[in-house]
Structure formats: C-alpha cells, structure tokens
Write a protein that binds this ligand. Sequence first.
Ligand code: HH2
Length: 268
Amino acid sequence: MGVVNVTPDSFSDGGRYLAAEDAVAHGRQLAAEGADILDIGGESTRPAGTVYGEGAQPVTEDEELRRVLPVIERLRSDDGPALSIDSTKPGVARAALAAGATIVNDVSALRFEPDMAGVVADSKATCCLMHMLGEPRTMQSDPRYDDVVSEVKAFLEERLAFATGEGIPEEKLWLDPGIGFGKTLEHNLELLRRLNEIVAIGRPVVVGTSRKSFLGKITGRVEDARLPGTIATNVIALERGASIFRVHDVAPVREALAVAAATVAAHG
Ligand code: HH2
C-alpha cells in the first residue's frame, strides 16, 4: 500500500504533493513501483508534541474533498492499483467511493463519526480498522498500557464485532495495530514483536511503520532517511503474518518483502 498524502502538513512529506497533478504523478510513480493499493489522504494525523510542533490542523470536509477527489478521479481512470481513502469523515468516504475508491482506511476504526459504518456497509467497500489511543492531537502525551498487545487486540476484536454488527461483512475488514498512534517506542516494538497475536484474530493485518518517529529514536535519522528502519520493521511484520504494508517508498520495500516472503515460504 503506497501512501499519497495530499496535505500541507504530513509528518514526512507534507506539502510535497498538495497540488493534484503532483499527487497524481506521485501515485502513478508508486503504481509503477509495484503498489497494489494507493492510500490517498487529505488530512494529516501528525500528533502534537516536542518533535512535531503543534500537530496537524483539523481540515474541513470541503477542503479534504477538494484535495482528494481530483486525485482519486484521475488515478481511477488509469485502471491501476486499488484506491483507498484515508479519512475519518463519512462525507469524504462516500464521495471517494463514488469516485472510484474501494477501500476506506479509517484511523478511528469507525469511532469518530456515527455515520461512517453505514457508508462503508452501503458501499460494500473494504475497511481498515486501526487502533489509536485517544485522538491525534493528544495521543502521544504519555500513552500507557498494562499490556499493549492484549489491549490493542481487545480493541480490534471489539471494533470488528461493532463493524460486523453494523452490516459490514467480516471478509471486508482489515485490522491495524496503529503503529505510532498513542504509543511509545517500547509499545511500537512490542506490537511488532508480538504481531502474530494480532494476526491470530483471523483478519488481514495492515502495518504502517514507514518513516515513523520511533525509527528515528533508534537510528537518529530524520524522516527521509528512515528507509532502512522501515524495511527492517516491514520484514519483521511479514514474518509475523502481516499482509498489507503501508509505505511511502514502495519499490525498495516491495523488493525486501519479496526476498523475505521467499525465505519464510513453506515448501513441500
Ligand atoms: N499511519 C498514518 C496515516 N494513516 N493508516 C493506517 N491504516 N495505518 C497507519 O499506520 C497510518 C495510517 C501516518 O502516516 P502518514 O500518512 O505518512 O502521515 P500523516 O498522518 O501526517 O499524513
């Protein structure tokens, strides 16, 4: 899953693809690099905190639509990778699905807006349910868990039950532990180390480690220089059973995952 951020303030590439033509060109580049899915977002979830400054500013529905719709319409006409809308707003998801997206990536796991579940159910879209502690602006202020993996797992099981109860078929649901969303470095590492426990729920697991700050805490590298850490964590996630890898750098991660997958594949 390649990331297309049509935002001025995303943590690693904010402002780079804010113009629709730049975002479309970037999406085409990621498609050429082998992305199976393009995840298109018009609102950053960058948290507030010392390394982030103020955090991302909330975006109105109109502005979010103005950013993402032209990009979805043009990428759709390419007949390329499946398109995912990264949004928590039902109005944005509905319009994106009408324009050709087939996946809703809701980082609130259908919690922020009561209408979101119905939009997904009615459209028969696939939906990614992600764990987040609290909400983006506050999630990084002293997150605490007794056992992060059990708590994230219980949350995802509850959200899965909620989503199916709202009429979204289980086969349409993906789960994501939400790396970096209300987690310390240790929490993120523990979730990756024990990702098999999340995989055991029985739905495809999405992981998003790409360029995130916990990698910088280990390597000392800035966002653009976190590809080695991104590759290491995605390889571990694959070995632990993840199946969708949300990344900014599709070609190198895809290549690393092809080798990792060949290595772990069972034969005979
Ligand atoms: N991470 C980000 C955004 N959306 N969605 C899922 N399912 N999983 C993730 O880990 C995830 C996500 C944050 O990354 P990015 O889009 O690059 O930054 P920003 O939110 O600042 O736009």
